[in-house]
Design a protein around this ligand. Structure first.
Ligand code: FAD
Length: 479
């Protein structure tokens, strides 16, 4: 009798190696049907820059699968409806997937699992995207952690729950092919104008590049990561974030490679664990997302709901376009627009500026990031915005207000980063690169800068804005 196939539903796990749902399906010996579903109306559907990445990542996965003899079936529409239809079409015996952690996605998966399991279809789910799932890392009293340091301590003690990453299958047997849509018909990529051309110069999505990016980082940069990770003028972070978001690489693979590098003496333990602790921030964000389903909309500290925010569409537009008159802020926002990514230190500076200097609700900033980042991730984005706002778990205290001038001077001391993304300031001497309005007229003239003409005057006075933000905070403190 012909064996009924197993459907593997790919989501943000666009890789062949260390993919437990895929490995388990191959292990059954039954024909495997690999499916990806794109639902543009789903909760947390990707923004524009992420759609560009998704297209490229699916293309890479399709071609990697084709080499092993398999077709990735593409379907567009409501997820549950499509999975049901595919199960019917193929008479599948089982559906396997890797788990997700946001409330609307958990709900879809849970309902579908119940429904299919009540029929004669077996459903198996796995952990592919976290070192440990939220319910595995809890406090002694069984509650989720709200503070990062003890969370990290426990995670480090437990390590990942798969000892070594799973190899990619050598052969994929797909017997009964069903109809697939054409990836280009999904229009994930812009054409007129093709703004993604600029972004595509900086990235190469897919599993192959993800692994290479990790290897390069471990070979060339990790030793300098401890201090270097705060320097936007240097390339000392891994740039793995979009690869991790789309699941082209797993944190488990990263953990194992770092352990291997430390054991072999390729880099110091301090450097290795510093890097892994950042991977742990991602895990912490996922735990926060899982236990706080409204984290992308509502402040985790309820008193922040009453903060006296300003309605300032003009300020928001100037921030989005990188025209605030604060060079480090403008450089960050233009790096984001041009490359689909921004350095972490600068993300903190621009977020603090929007929230505390302009008093614009953090949700507006998070929404802009969602549309423009190639690594936009609901857990990391929401938790990080709330961290800067002071409304999150283990957040930066509200009164810690980033000074865009001193931050620039400290982390971009020669102004290389600013000069790269704000070329109209490139001839200013280092001394004034982070505060052009302090430069004497003659210096500005010599550098070709006319404030208010080819570069903006600061749109707010930072000292005044700081006091205004603190006054707003004292209104809600103790509520
Ligand atoms: P590395 O320093 O090389 O770190 C390795 C990995 O660890 C990253 O790829 C990321 O997965 C994880 N990581 C590092 N720092 C953090 C952090 N603070 N919180 C959570 N995970 C972290 N990261 C996203 O992946 N998606 C987002 O949408 C996102 N939005 C952010 C918004 C704001 C306001 C801020 C301040 C930070 C945000 N981050 C986000 C976190 C961080 O800025 C990026 O993960 C990092 O800059 C990615 O670059 P990298 O891969 O070179 O990082």
């Amino acid at each position: 009798m012909k064996q009924r196939p197993v459907v593997v539903w790919f989501r943000n796990d666009l890789r062949l190696a260390d993919n437990p749902a895929l490995t388990a399906a191959v292990k059954t010996g039954a024909p495997v049907i690999a499916v990806y579903i794109y639902d543009e109306n789903a909760a947390y559907a990707p923004g524009a820059a992420s759609c560009w990445w998704l297209h490229e990542s699916l293309k890479a996965l399709q071609s990697a699968m084709a080499k092993l003899g398999m077709t990735l079936i593409l379907r567009r529409g409501g997820e549950a409806k499509i999975v049901r239809a595919i199960v019917q079409e193929t008479e599948a015996a089982a559906v396997f997937w890797n788990r997700r952690y946001s409330a609307p996605q958990v709900e879809i998966d849970k309902n579908l699992k119940n429904e299919l399991s009540n029929g004669d279809v077996s459903v198996k789910t796995f952990n592919a995207s976290l070192l440990r799932e939220p319910w595995e890392i809890e406090t002694g009293s069984g509650t989720p952690y709200r503070v990062f340091t003890p969370f990290w301590k426990k995670l480090k003690e437990f390590g990942p729950n798969r000892v070594s990453p799973l190899p990619a299958p050598k052969k994929l047997q797909s017997e009964k092919l069903i109809e697939s849509e054409d990836l280009t018909s999904w229009n994930l990529q812009p054409d007129n104008p093709n703004w993604a051309k600029k972004i595509s110069a900086h990235w190469s999505p897919g599993e192959f590049t993800a692994i290479n990016t990790l290897d390069n980082f471990l070979e060339n940069a990790i030793d300098a990561y401890g201090d270097g990770r705060d320097r936007p003028d240097k390339e000392l972070t891994s740039r793995l974030s979009p690869h991790l978001h789309f699941g082209e690489i797993s944190p488990n693979q990263i953990w194992q490679s770092v352990q291997h590098g430390m054991n072999a003496g390729n880099f110091s333990e301090a450097a290795g664990y510093k890097f892994l602790s950042e991977i742990a921030w991602r895990e912490f964000s996922y735990s926060l997302l899982y236990y706080n389903p409204s984290i992308s909309e509502k402040p985790l500290r309820p008193e922040f709901a009453g903060y006296p925010w300003r309605d300032d569409p003009n300020g928001l537009g100037l921030w989005q376009r990188g025209q605030t008159g604060y060079p480090i802020v403008d450089a960050g926002m233009r790096q984001l627009w041009r490359t689909g990514w921004m350095h972490n230190r600068v993300r903190m500076i621009v977020a603090s500026f929007l929230i505390k200097d302009l008093l614009i609700p953090w949700q507006h900033g998070a929404a802009w990031f969602w549309d423009t980042l190639v690594d936009a991730d609901v857990a990391n984005n929401s938790a990080s915005w709330q961290w800067v706002a002071g409304s999150g778990a283990d957040a930066s205290p509200y009164f810690r207000i980033f000074n865009p001038i001193t931050q620039g001077e400290k982390f971009d001391p020669k102004g290389d980063y600013v000069r790269k993304f704000v070329p109209e300031l490139k001839n200013l001497p280092d001394k004034f690169i982070h505060a052009p309005w302090k430069a004497p007229e003659a210096v500005l003239a010599k550098a070709g800068v006319t404030l208010g003409n080819n570069y903006n005057n600061p749109i707010v006075d930072h000292a005044h804005a700081r006091n205004r933000a603190l006054a707003g905070y004292s209104e809600i403190k103790g509520r």
